[in-house]
Design a protein around this ligand. Structure first.
Ligand code: FES
Length: 170
C-alpha cells in the first residue's frame, strides 16, 4: 500500500475539488436511466396525445364523387360506379344513389337481373330500393347524398347518408 501523497501548499486534494464527482455506481446509473426513460416516455406520450384531436385522414376531401352531367343519364337508367361502389338511378322524378356496400360486414353486393341486391359473402338480400329482405345485414343499403356542382355536374357524397326514398331533382 502506497502512503498518501503530500499536498503542495494551497493545493486541494482531488476529493475536495468541487468539480470532482465520484463515479456513479451501476445502481445509480440504472436509477438515472430508469428515471430519464420514464420522463422521455411521458413527454412523448403527452406530445402524441396532443395529436389525437386532429384526424390523420380528412374524409371530406375524398368523399365527393363526380358522376357526370344530369342529361347524360336517361330516365329509367341505372349506372354503376364501380370505384365508388355507387348505383345511380334516374327516374321521372329525379335521381337517387345507393351504395352497393353491404351493411353486414362491408362486402360489395351484386345487382340481380330483377334489380334487387344480393351479398355474396353471407347471403344478405335487399330489394331494389336497398331495403333488407334477408339477413344477416342489420339495415338496408345506404342512400347517399346527391348534389349539383357549380359546373352543373352531379356529385355524390359517399359519406353522407340520406333517408331512403330521397329523390334528388337535378
Ligand atoms: S357482408 Fe354481406 S351478408 Fe355479410
Amino acid at each position: 500500500m502506497q502512503p498518501p501523497r503530500d499536498k503542495e501548499p494551497g493545493q486541494t486534494s482531488i476529493e475536495q475539488s468541487e468539480r470532482f464527482k465520484p463515479p456513479a455506481t451501476r445502481r445509480d446509473f440504472l436509477g438515472l436511466a430508469a428515471t430519464w426513460s420514464t420522463v422521455v416516455a411521458f413527454v412523448m406520450a403527452m406530445l402524441g396525445s396532443l395529436r389525437l384531436p386532429m384526424p390523420s385522414v380528412f374524409p371530406e376531401s375524398d368523399s365527393k364523387v363526380k358522376l357526370g352531367r344530369p342529361e347524360q343519364f336517361s330516365v329509367g337508367s341505372s349506372t354503376y360506379f364501380s370505384a365508388q361502389h355507387i348505383w345511380l338511378f334516374r327516374e321521372e322524378k329525379g335521381f337517387h344513389a345507393i351504395s352497393s356496400i353491404c351493411t353486414h360486414l362491408g362486402c360489395i353486393t351484386e345487382r340481380t337481373a330483377n334489380g334487387t341486391f344480393k351479398c355474396p359473402c353471407h347471403g344478405s338480400s335487399f330489394d331494389a330500393d336497398g331495403k333488407v329482405t334477408g339477413g344477416p345485414a342489420p339495415k338496408g343499403l345506404v342512400w347517399v347524398q346527391l348534389d349539383v356542382s357549380p359546373e352543373g355536374g352531379l356529385v355524390a357524397d359517399i359519406l353522407k347518408e340520406v333517408p331512403a326514398d330521397t329523390v334528388f331533382d337535378a
